[in-house]
Design a protein around this ligand. Structure first.
Ligand code: AHG
Ligand code: MN
Ligand code: MN
Length: 341
């Protein structure tokens, strides 16, 4: 048998890199992988079991159906709430902090997650995913509080995502590189397929952004996107935009390129506002991108440096190959090259 490394073995080996580790984080990540397998099974069967449709809707045979993102939310919450590793959770699907029920022990970690990213695409069989990050609590004991959750991405101890695509892949990091596993459905295990993912500094010339919003971007972002489409950039770059952050960033990690969901001046005409959520989307993906050698910024600050002031805070997101993001930042400062358009 070839040297197959399961995610379980990998987690244990990573733990050995931290001699003071108690195994708590390993246990938490291991419990998460079970939840991901359950979600993966349902996503793959989405069309078959008629689980699609609005929450509370009834399907053709009169059964209650649950929206898949609600289902994913419940699976993650139920899989983790009882295991004693967490003091609280926060999810894109829940307006407030998720408390650990009274009857279960409270642990030293906090889990933040987007249970199903890109869910509006699922009816068209487009890749969707789960994003998560883990923080160490700041309070001593008892129920977790907002203070435990509202920490910058620099405090993340582990982050990852799962993409439910043509195959199901999990990518995670505990700060020791970024590692990818593919789910082998026949053995029901995530197996190491992409050890130590490194994003090329100068990746493939791919830009990934919803240009439908370009009218509402700042002038420098518009100039940058015109530039990547011009021969002056050595391009034109290829445009690739799936509309599932998870899938767009996954491709960017593997091939390089630049993914953007920039500030938009429709919602806030003075300062502009991003769409993606700091805690559930931007910070965990930024952690992985940095682990893979890339850069993640809002255009004015590094995403990992932002201390959230709200559970559902949104931020502009520009992430990808270091050379490309640095070039975007030069445009933001107003000194990028000028494209002849
Ligand atoms: P979610 O499905 O969790 O609500 O997230 C959707 C997000 C993200 O996946 C994607 O990158 C972005 O929305 C797409 O936004 P636009 O429609 O503005 O392109
Ligand atoms: Mn999302
Ligand atoms: Mn979501």
């Amino acid at each position: 048998m070839p040297n197959v490394i399961s995610v379980q073995r990998h987690l244990v080996e990573m733990q050995h890199g931290h001699p003071s580790a108690t195994g708590d984080l390993t246990g938490l990540l291991w419990d998460l992988t079970l939840a991901f397998k359950v979600i993966s099974r349902s996503v793959n069967r989405a069309g078959l079991i008629n689980i699609l449709g609005l929450e509370g809707e009834t399907n053709v045979t009169g059964d209650e159906v649950t929206k898949l993102d609600r289902f994913a939310q419940d699976v993650i919450c139920r899989s983790l709430e009882h295991d004693g590793h967490l003091c609280c959770m926060a999810s894109e699907e829940e307006a407030k902090l998720i408390r650990i029920p009274e009857r279960y022990p409270k642990g030293k970690y906090v889990l933040c997650y987007d249970p199903l990213d890109g869910s509006s695409n699922i009816d068209a069989n487009v890749s969707v995913g789960t994003i998560f990050s883990i923080l160490k609590r700041k309070t001593e004991s008892g129920d977790g509080t907002l203070d435990d959750v509202l920490q910058s991405g620099r405090e993340i101890v582990a982050a990852g995502y799962v993409v439910y695509g043509s195959s199901t892949m999990m990518v995670y990091s505990t700060g020791q590189g970024c590692h990818g596993f593919t789910l082998d459905p026949s053995v029901g295990e995530f197996l190491l397929s992409h050890p130590n993912i490194q994003m090329p500094r100068k990746g493939k010339k791919i830009y990934s952004v919803n240009e439908g919003h370009s009218r509402y971007w700042d002038e420098n972002t518009r100039r940058y996107v015109e530039y990547v489409k011009s021969p002056e950039s050595g391009g034109p770059y290829q445009g690739r935009y799936i509309g599932s952050m998870i899938a767009d960033v996954h491709r960017t990690l593997l091939y390089g390129g630049i993914f953007m969901h920039p500030r938009d001046f429709r919602r806030d005409p003075v300062h502009g506002q991003g769409k993606l959520r700091l805690l559930y989307e931007a910070a965990p993906m930024a952690f992985l991108v940095e682990q893979a050698g890339g850069i993640a910024t809002t255009g004015t600050e590094n995403i990992l440096d932002i201390v959230p002031n709200d559970l559902h805070q949104r931020v502009p997101v520009i992430m990808g190959s270091a050379d490309f993001v640095e070039e975007y930042l030069r445009f933001q400062k107003g000194d990028g090259p000028t494209a002849k358009i």
